[in-house]
Design a protein around this ligand. Structure first.
Ligand SMILES: NC(=O)c1ccc[n+]([C@@H]2O[C@H](COP(=O)([O-])OP(=O)(O)OC[C@H]3O[C@@H](n4cnc5c(N)ncnc54)[C@H](O)[C@@H]3O)[C@@H](O)[C@H]2O)c1
Length: 306
């Protein structure tokens, strides 16, 4: 499998590193607009190959899309990240132009590619990638829910005082501090609902900390996080490589599912070699349904800024 990662910054490089360490891809091409930057990141990563025992070949190019030709998967991480105090939505004026031109360049050289959009505001950038490329709706996937769910599981494990591997849980809705919807009602520890172990107050705390998970890290780091975002993207790329039919909440173009149309927003989906195999419609209670609709309204408002 050939994977292109556009944007060799914090998230793009972390994504390339996890893909290489898991050793499932033949080739990763890093692309950046900053002269020499992707080449440098690629060389640095390749110098870990003998230490980390991988065979994946990583190369870097400066804005040369011919090197990305015939990619199976392309990850778009190009654009500016948040600074402390900023919302993801505030990035739209810079990132929309970048994501549009990158998506257009990618499909010129890889007409059969599956695109994973990471740049923020991610749901709107995923919608924009659809508009810019006209690719079938299964072949563009927004990454947000996989990360938000990992952060949810981290907070659940902390509250339960258990390893994160004991915990299952999912976050749907828009990838924003106010729009995301951690599904506490459905979260489990080894199949037992977490409500058996946690008080309402503890579950409320977990939900609220999950929603501001990105902002908390941005405040600590001075820029947005990269390890968990990179790991989340690489897990999705691996599901495509292995045709795993693995479920991730991710931003999908909806056509009536969950009562929503003509919008990209986080819902559970099965991911395999064709990208999105199926959108999974789960039974939400009335409060969850109302929150998802509210979240969709906010995403539509951001889409209106395109
Ligand atoms: N969806 C998510 O869950 C999630 C998580 C973390 C970060 N993000 C987003 O991912 C994006 C990248 O974050 P980061 O921390 O890696 O930022 P970064 O600044 O470290 O890296 C971004 C890179 O994009 C490059 N770039 C800019 N314009 C380009 C273009 N036209 N073509 C190619 N490369 C270009 C820059 O030179 C830079 O190296 C941000 O928009 C951030 O908000 C999303």
């Amino acid at each position: 499998m050939k994977v292109t990662v556009v944007g060799a910054g914090a998230v793009g490089a972390s994504c390339a590193e996890y893909i290489a360490i898991k050793d499932f891809a033949a080739e990763v091409v890093l692309v950046d607009i900053k002269e020499g930057f992707a080449e440098g990141k690629a060389m640095d990563l390749m110098q870990t190959a003998s230490l980390n025992s991988f065979d994946t070949k990583i190369t870097g190019v400066t804005n040369d899309y011919s090197a990305t030709a015939n990619s199976d998967v392309a990850v778009i991480t190009s654009g500016i990240p948040r600074k402390p105090g900023m919302t993801r939505e505030e990035l739209i004026s810079t990132n929309a132009g970048i994501v549009k031109s990158v998506a257009e360049n990618l499909i010129k050289h890889s007409p059969d590619v599956t695109i994973i959009v990471v740049s923020n505001p991610m749901d709107t950038m995923t919608y924009l990638a659809h508009q810019a490329t006209g690719l079938p709706k299964n072949r563009i996937i927004g990454m947000g829910g996989a990360l938000d769910s990992a952060r949810f599981k981290y907070r659940l494990a902390e509250a339960l005082e258990c390893p994160a591997s004991d915990v299952d849980g999912m976050v749907i809705g828009g990838h924003s501090d106010t729009g995301m919807l951690p599904l506490t009602r459905l979260a489990t520890r080894n199949s037992v609902p977490v409500s058996e172990f946690l008080s309402q107050e503890q579950m409320d705390y977990v939900r609220e900390e999950t929603k501001v998970g990105g902002a908390t890290l941005t405040k600590l780091l001075g820029t947005s996080a990269w390890y968990a975002p990179g790991a989340a993207v690489s897990a999705m790329v691996q599901a495509i490589a292995n045709d795993a039919n693995k479920m991730f909440p991710c931003s999908c173009l909806l056509d009536g599912e969950y009562g929503l149309k003509d919008i990209c927003i986080g819902v559970p989906a099965l991911i395999g070699k064709n990208g999105i195999n199926k959108i999974v419609e789960i039974d939400l209670d009335d409060a969850e349904k109302a929150k998802l609709q509210e979240s969709a309204e906010a995403v539509r408002k951001t889409n209106g800024l395109l």
